[in-house]
Design a binder for this molecule. Structure first.
Ligand SMILES: Nc1ncnc2c1ncn2[C@@H]1O[C@H](COP(=O)(O)OP(=O)(O)OP(=O)(O)O)[C@@H](O)[C@H]1O
Ligand SMILES: [Mg+2]
Length: 317
């Protein structure tokens, strides 16, 4: 039997969860100190994103407890919009699952890896499930779910779920048990991370309870949410050929000229017509019929004509 056939038996897909299990450092879990900060950061980032999306002034409580030796319990609680029950397992128990990857709006989170990576790190180092409690509004029950990630399948496995009473109007709390190291008074510490987060998010109140019981409140200094960054269409100067090809396939526009004018920023219909004419393409051609060469031509032509710079209110602070 040819060797290639022997080898073929061993060739198979590697699950992303298994991949990250072996390459923890990629995700910021390379030392015990850093792992603790990363877990807190992923949860706090999500809380800030969720509150901003919902137009709620963030009130975030972070608590770190030493269980014993290098095992810590982290808990991060927010007053955000909450997460519907059916989504909780996917959000926390699956890598690459999130709401922002396909969004054109800037936010802290993007990949749908952040919090599930923290859950994965937690289960790898202590074997304990993550505990998530969430409530989506007044009059709704709170759901408390304990879960782990099935790394072979990259799917959540629910260990326990119950309905609980939670006084909060809405919000989410995540509790993780991890191996970590808590350091005080260092440049790289949870305290410093939360302090600087509070500075760049003056609309947030962040309460931090340290392992020794010491409580610090970083009070909010403004009562107004920052302007929401706008969803922004891509600018023709910054787009990759592959992205353009994908957009050409998916667009609802009937003509290449209207496609360019409606799906890019800083391109008027007049400019779009000018570009296709220069590229030697019929302006009425269907976007899905544009060939690879024509797509390349379009990008090259864009580089040669003058366009307005993209707007800047699409960037969050
Ligand atoms: N505290 C929360 N409140 C409401 N929704 C949340 C909360 N935490 C997570 N989510 C939802 O879960 C999704 C997945 O979170 P996750 O941290 O894994 O990815 P992300 O924030 O989209 O991207 P990144 O990998 O960059 O962190 C988010 O996109 C959001 O929709
Ligand atoms: Mg995130």
């Amino acid at each position: 039997m040819p060797i290639a056939e022997e080898l073929a038996k061993k060739q198979r897909q590697i699950s992303i969860a298994e991949f990250f299990e072996r390459n923890k450092q990629i995700l910021g879990f390379d030392s015990l100190t850093r792992a603790l900060i990363t877990c807190v950061k992923e949860a706090v980032d999500n809380s800030l994103d969720a509150c901003e999306e919902a137009g709620i002034l963030p009130d975030i409580i972070v608590e770190i407890k030493q269980i014993d030796g290098d095992e810590y319990k982290i808990s991060v609680e927010d007053n955000g919009p909450g997460i519907v029950k059916s989504q909780i397992p996917h959000v926390f128990g699956r890598l690459l699952y999130g709401s922002r990857f396909h969004s054109l709006k800037q936010s802290r989170g993007q990949q749908g890896i952040g919090i599930s990576a923290a859950v994965l790190y937690s289960q790898l180092t202590t074997g304990k499930p993550a505990v998530i409690t969430s409530k989506i509004g007044e009059g709704f029950p709170a759901h408390k779910i304990e879960l782990i990630i099935d790394t072979k399948k990259n799917l959540p496995r629910i260990i326990k779920e119950e309905m609980v009473h939670w006084k909060k109007k809405s919000g989410t709390r995540i509790e993780l048990f991890i191996k970590g190291k808590y350091v005080k008074n260092r440049k790289q510490s949870v305290y410093e991370y939360l302090r600087s987060t509070a500075i760049v998010n003056p609309h947030a109140r962040v309460t931090f309870i340290e392992p020794d019981g010491n409580e610090i409140v970083f009070e909010r200094v403004v009562d107004k949410l920052p302007e929401q960054p706008k969803e922004i269409k891509p600018h023709p100067y910054g787009i990759e050929l592959g992205t353009l090809l994908k957009m050409l396939k998916e667009t609802k526009a009937k003509k290449i000229s209207t496609f360019l004018a409606s799906e890019f920023s800083s391109v008027s219909l007049q400019k779009a017509r000018q570009v296709v004419a220069k590229a030697g393409i019929d302006e009425n051609k269907e976007p899905s019929k544009i060939t690879l060469d024509e797509a390349k031509k379009i990008l090259e032509t864009f580089k040669k004509i003058k366009l307005m710079a993209p707007p800047t209110d699409c960037l969050s602070p």
